[in-house]
Ligand binder design. Structure first.
Ligand code: SAM
Length: 308
């Protein structure tokens, strides 16, 4: 890899827990792997380093910017611009019945947070958008306009675990109905009576809740866990990096029990029926050194399971 490529990829996103996740993922250099969240391609490049000429990697991302920035020119690599909830459909299309490993590094890339036009960050003025796929779906402003106040309050409480969610929903609906809710600045003014601009923690929760809803992140994750598990060959690895408890909980449950609720099912002899086995009981966390180098790694948790 040329050093200019490293700079470009890392400018897009610095990969988190890269060595640990890829080492756990690739058990067969000749195997077929899927990186469900290509982003700037940091993990994908590391996976390709571990594959032999017979191996193959599919890199997926729903964001057209990731597709445009992808510069990997390698016959062992295929980029697919799609939501990972359609994983099975695309693997059918490529004639792939089983894979040796699936990686998902969930959430936003640094590119999303640093691009003022995408509306993911309260650090910048910009449109109230927050779509990972900027070519389709409802923006955050459109979502707020379309929801009933009660639904919006529930969404903020569930996805942001925000105090005063229902009051915030009232303020957002009022601003939206008066045509004053199409930019980040307008959102900040609307919620200021409950979440003042200095309260960065609550603002982060509010933005998290809205972007999870806009992108149906939890719905897509549930689908990925179930379809990915079916696609994995016995002995194959499922490797997921999460950044908050709403993502981590379903992954932890699914790896232990085969369902996102964490219900333990047993056979007639009382033995647990589960398609996966977690490799560790506790998640792997980034080292202090990694967090110092890349503060966006601070909330990351890595979970690894193997298909039985
Ligand atoms: C944390 S970044 C991944 C960074 C990547 N591992 C790297 O090394 O650069 C998450 C990426 O996943 C993408 N993404 C999130 N949810 C997705 C989904 N449901 N389907 C496809 N891509 C998704 C985002 O667009 C973003 O580019």
């Amino acid at each position: 890899m040329k050093s200019s490529e490293v700079t470009r990829a890392e400018g897009y996103h610095v990969p988190v827990l890269c060595g640990e996740s890829v080492e756990a993922l690739v058990t067969n250099p000749e195997g077929i792997y899927i990186d469900c969240t290509f982003g700037g391609g940091g993990h994908s490049r590391r996976i390709l380093e571990r594959l032999s000429p017979e191996g193959h990697l599919f890199g997926l991302d729903r964001d057209p910017d990731a597709a445009e920035a992808c510069e990997i020119d390698d016959p062992r690599f295929t980029f697919v611009r799609t939501n990972f909830r359609h994983l099975r459909h695309f693997m059918d299309f490529y004639g792939i019945e089983q894979v040796d490993g699936i990686l998902a590094d969930l959430g936003l890339s640094s590119h999303h947070l640093d691009d003022e036009e995408r509306g993911f960050s309260f650090r910048f003025e910009g449109p109230l958008d927050m779509r990972m796929n900027s070519r389709g779906g409802r923006t955050a402003a459109e979502l707020i306009a379309s929801l009933e106040q009660e639904e919006l309050g529930k969404l903020l409480a569930n996805y942001g675990e925000l105090k005063g969610s229902y009051r915030i929903a009232t303020l957002l609906k009022a601003a939206s109905e008066q045509g004053r809710l199409s930019t980040i600045g307008e959102l900040l003014s609307a919620v200021a009576p409950v979440v003042p601009e200095r309260d960065k923690q609550s603002l982060a929760k509010l933005f998290q809740a809205l972007r999870i809803a806009v992108n149906d992140e939890i719905g897509a994750l549930h689908q990925l866990l179930s379809d990915g598990c079916q696609l994995l060959a016995p002995g194959g690895r499922f490797v997921v990096i999460t950044y908050h408890s709403l993502e981590d909980r379903p992954v932890k449950h699914f790896f232990r029990t085969g369902n996102v609720e964490g219900h333990r099912e047993t056979d007639a002899f009382g033995a647990p029926i589960t398609p996966l086995k977690p490799l560790q009981s506790k998640p792997i966390l980034p080292s202090e050194e990694e967090v110092a180098r890349n503060p966006r790694a601070r909330s990351a948790k890595l979970r690894i399971a193997t298909k039985l």
